[in-house]
Design a protein around this ligand. Sequence first.
Ligand code: FAD
Length: 395
Amino acid sequence: MSGGSDVLIVGGGLAGCTVAGQLAQAGRAGDVTIFEAEPEAPYDRPPLTKSFLASEDLLSAWPVWAPRDVEWRYDAVDSIDLARRAIVTRSGEVLTASTIVIAVGARARILPQRSDRIRTIRTAADARVLRDQVASGANRFLIEGAGPLGLEIASTLASAGVRVTVVDPAPAPMMRLLGGHLSDDVNAWAEESGVELLLGCRVTESHDTDSPTGVLARIGDGPLEAYDGMVSAVGIEANPLELHGTTGPVTSPILADEHGRILDPEGLPIDSVFAVGDIVGFRQPDGSIARSEAWSSARVQGEAIARHLLGKPSLQAPVPYFWTRQFGRMIQVLGEVGPGSEIKVAREVPGATGKLYRVARDGVPVGYIGVNAQRLVAQLQVQGGKLAHWRLGDV
Ligand SMILES: Cc1cc2nc3c(=O)[nH]c(=O)nc-3n(C[C@H](O)[C@H](O)[C@H](O)COP(=O)(O)OP(=O)(O)OC[C@H]3O[C@@H](n4cnc5c(N)ncnc54)[C@H](O)[C@@H]3O)c2cc1C
């Protein structure tokens, strides 16, 4: 075993890089080592289902959020002993560190009993495979999952002239993000774009066809239909990583406290070991576990861990934020707009098709949804400063 760096970050995506970048800005670049499994990293993931799926773009550019002056090691980490703060890498290296930050993100989930032909988009390589399939003539796709990712993929493929069917058992598109709001609008946008959106039903059977990527699938009790390809967009699951805690194995999602410190199976924080980004879950007052899977959350969590490591006071967490671009529209969600809330138009964007909706529960504002209303959403975000509490209700 060799002694390692002061701060060892496992995963060089947005979350891990945010911690590393903040430490580097505070003059501690020399203390930080990032272990990263993917040879192409670091790069931003949101374009993968948008511009990058349509055509190769600037993935080679080094993202602004990724520090160059820390040590980058392109080797996956297979296991971590959290109590001893020791990692074992795929190449067999064993290292210890004073602080470990786990930022391994997640991988796309595929439902059981699906063919191994089914594609997902989590990495640039995944997006290239799908793009190449379309370039080589595949023109009818079935997408499982009408969440933001499934609909972004549908929207991008449809604009390339591909026939797309999206299927989801939920009663409304992007149910988890929009809580059932604006479903008539999203249905209409999909229809205008030629995307068939089938809600309230699921794929009940699928088989490979003789063509190299083709799939025969049945939706509900409908007929078996042939598709040139099938894509799974039904959420994410933890990346495999063996974790030994102080009192036994730590399973996913990794739970952390408000500073990002990993909790052992008994719920106590483990000294100097943190988790951040899509891999981490936080226990809610009602006992459920919340994970955010959003770009801005990875940033905010990463900044919070860096502040803790630098001995700076923590800042108030901002209202959650997620954006998605699809069917020619920018959709932005601030706050929690879940089921059971009421929605009404707060502002129309003059001269454009944009709208800002206010969402309230029992008359109390809980969030906003912007459709092509970037300026209004930006004003809301700026109101209280980047990390202060936005004043919902002021628009
Ligand atoms: C296709 C796509 C589109 C998205 N679009 C949006 C959007 O429009 N809006 C939005 O708000 N959010 C979006 N997101 C979500 C956002 O990109 C993620 O929440 C964010 O990337 C999470 O950052 P992360 O660092 O936790 O995980 P990741 O970005 O997944 O980074 C984790 C890194 O860890 C590495 N790694 C994994 N295992 C190991 C290991 N064992 N050892 C070493 N390294 C390892 C991985 O290779 C990866 O580079 C999108 C995500 C995807 C996949």
